[in-house]
Write a protein that binds this ligand. Structure first.
Ligand SMILES: [Zn+2]
Length: 71
């Protein structure tokens, strides 16, 4: 019984990991020869996405438009 519960948990976990992230909106706000900065909208939240020749970074946008962040 314990194996079945563990197996079910692993299958659910793997399914969730393979679920693709849906980007609903993408706006490029800055572009140079070496880097690009964009605003992405993922599941209602806005993120700043920075890519350059040396790496990439993704962070939640401070003034995100999602109503869940507003008091
Ligand atoms: Zn947000």
């Amino acid at each position: 019984m314990k194996k079945i519960i563990t197996l079910t948990f692993v299958i659910v976990f793997l399914y969730r990991c393979e679920k693709p992230v849906k980007i609903s909106d993408r706006k490029t706000i800055s572009k140079t020869a070496e880097s690009t900065t964009s605003i992405l909208k993922i599941e209602g939240c806005e993120y700043v996405f920075y890519t350059s020749t040396s790496g990439a970074a993704l962070t939640h946008k401070g003034n995100c438009s999602n109503n869940t962040h507003k008091p």
